[in-house]
Design a protein around this ligand. Structure first.
Ligand code: IPE
Ligand code: IPE
Ligand code: MG
Length: 254
């Protein structure tokens, strides 16, 4: 196992991290919420909050890599976010291009493997082009896996898995009797990625908003009032430390 842990024994501020090697989560998923409120509080348009949120994405990917996380999943755009005003949606759809243009070299250098979960075929052509180019440059990298949930909905993910499995049954490639929870997981967009150990949501809202609903069955949940553009590495470390104190029983007794 790749313990980049030693690199994290010092935080950016130089203080000793309290993170222990025991109970280390392998997969952290984040619902990046509160960009609009961050902007409004400054008298700025909502899109200014989305732009500011990109810096947090960069910083949290860096921190996660240095801490030694193996899987990071970021909820960037939900299947319900299309309901927003057209100008905001268009702005959000341009952000991946801007983000990866400035970050791709560092991601490659860190060995980060970028994935996209959600129905990217419904994204505008220019966003799909960014997805393709990013996968070309990072898809085979062997380091931390960072999944961007773009046009992602947990219910759509489950329906997509059912449809994919049913097609294989029709083609006599499998049978309904072969369907188990583990097998089903291979048909979800997160195939090959372990279920999230910890789900973080910023901005004080305490709900999943259709994020990873199947995969979150036994995830620990952690909420913070911080708005996404204000979320910092120290707070990620607080969430991880809190996670490490929890007793996960998975329905058993210890
Ligand atoms: C999260 O911030 C980003 C997306 C959902 C795309 P919001 O845009 O939801 O910000 P608030 O919740 O309105 O403050
Ligand atoms: C969840 O945030 C989706 C993302 C962070 C991408 P929303 O702001 O869309 O969720 P609700 O509407 O408050 O539930
Ligand atoms: Mg929101």
């Amino acid at each position: 196992m790749k313990w980049l842990f030693n690199r994290s024994s010092q935080t950016q501020s130089g203080t000793e991290s309290q993170l222990s090697k025991e109970n280390f989560p392998s997969h952290v998923a984040i619902i990046m919420d509160g960009n609009g409120r961050w902007a409004r509080r400054r008298g700025l348009p909502r899109i200014a909050g989305h732009h500011a949120g990109m810096s947090t994405v960069r910083d949290i990917i860096r921190a996660s890599d240095e801490i030694g996380l193996q899987y990071l999943t970021l909820y960037a755009f939900s299947t319900e976010n299309w309901k927003r005003p057209r100008a905001e949606v268009e702005y959000l759809m341009r952000l991946p291009e801007e983000f990866f243009r400035s970050e791709i070299d560092e991601l490659v250098q860190r060995g980060v493997c970028v994935r996209f979960i959600g129905d990217t075929s419904r994204l505008p052509e220019y966003t799909q082009e960014t997805v393709r180019r990013t996968l070309e440059r990072t898809g085979n990298n062997q380091g931390m896996t960072v999944s961007f949930a773009l046009n992602y909905g947990g219910r759509a993910d489950v329906i997509g898995a059912i449809q994919a499995f049913a097609r294989q049954v029709e083609n006599n490639e499998t049978t309904w009797d072969d369907l188990s929870e583990d097998v089903f997981g291979n048909y979800l967009s997160t195939y090959g990625i372990p279920d999230p150990d910890l789900i973080i949501r910023t901005s004080g809202e305490q709900r999943l908003s259709n994020f990873l609903i199947w995969q979150a069955a036994y995830a620990e949940l952690w909420f913070t009032e911080a708005l996404w553009p204000d979320f910092k590495r120290a707070e990620l470390e607080s969430a991880l430390m809190d996670y490490q104190k929890r007793k996960r029983r998975f329905g058993g007794l210890k």
